[in-house]
Write a protein that binds this ligand. Sequence first.
Ligand code: SF4
Length: 376
Amino acid sequence: MSEQEAADAAASAAAPRKRAAAKKATATAKKTAQAEKAPTGKKTAAAKKSPAGQTAAKKTAGKKAAAKKATAKKAPAKKTAVAAKKATAAKKVPAKKTPGGKPESRESRAKRAARLNEALAEVYYYAHPELDFENPFELLVATVLSAQTTDLRVNQTTPALFAAYPTPEDMAAANPEELEELIRPTGFFRSKAKSLLGLSAALRDDHGGKVPGTIDELVKLPGVGRKTAFVVLGNAFGVPGLTVDTHFGRLVRRWKLTEQTDAVKVEQEIDDLLPESEWTMFSHRTIFHGRRICHSRKPACGACPIAELCPSYGEGETDPEKAKKLLKYEMGGQPGQRLKPPADYPGRPAPPLPSRDPATEPPAGQSADAAAGAQR
Ligand code: SF4
């Protein structure tokens, strides 16, 4: 073998070793490359598996759960608040809202008050103070006596009383026991006698034996409140004023003109709805209606001539025939009978003249109630 042939043979023998070495180098390079890439992935995997990682993950999960719980806890609270609001609103609705279901404006109530007043004026054209009196002193005394009793009972009692004590001076000097005996039928006679003696003495000593004509002076008299004062002012002096007695308060609340139960607040709210010129007569008409038809326990809705204007229709008997049996004519005894008006004197508004003959025609109330009953 030549030198050249020997070199070629050696090279051929070395080639497989070189290839093996190159393969090994490539594998090592791959491993290195993998080893270089591996740390991130391994770390992540390790982090996931490590206790620290688990704690962090748990913390995150815990936070999420807490947030969920918080949300879950808050949600019912919101619902409760809304429910509470609704409940509160529901409680207020009946008192505050009109039959239409919407809060009623003052203007709307004023319009309804005017319509009610007109309708009442038509029905009770003969409305007037039902206490008999000849002068302001008698009206003052009669009004004090009318507390907790009927005007009829007072009118049956006062003739003898006024005959015995015609002036404040006479009454102030009365024997208390004799005075008590005279007014006994009106009830609460001891406290009423005390009031009459006190107010008579005050009239004698402080007002020259005359009844004063202002609200401030009247309410300072013993036994005289705003109701009594306005009765005297409106009917003895022609000074407009509302008489807020039990009938008046009940009816204006049924008509939803006010929600107030305090007499002074009722007076203020109704004052605001009607012109001053109507105050006194609106009181009379309303009280007439309360005594005759719109009773406290059993209002005669089926025989009510103003039923169509009343948001409380149905609070009482709606059957026309049954309702008619509930009507009361406390003073006259006969439906529509015009009562004898008290004697007139300066300042007192004259009773309205009847536009029909009450002796031959049924009262406006009864005609209208039949119509109202038929319509319903
Ligand atoms: S409808 Fe009934 S509640 Fe209304 S005013 Fe007449 S009687 Fe009174």
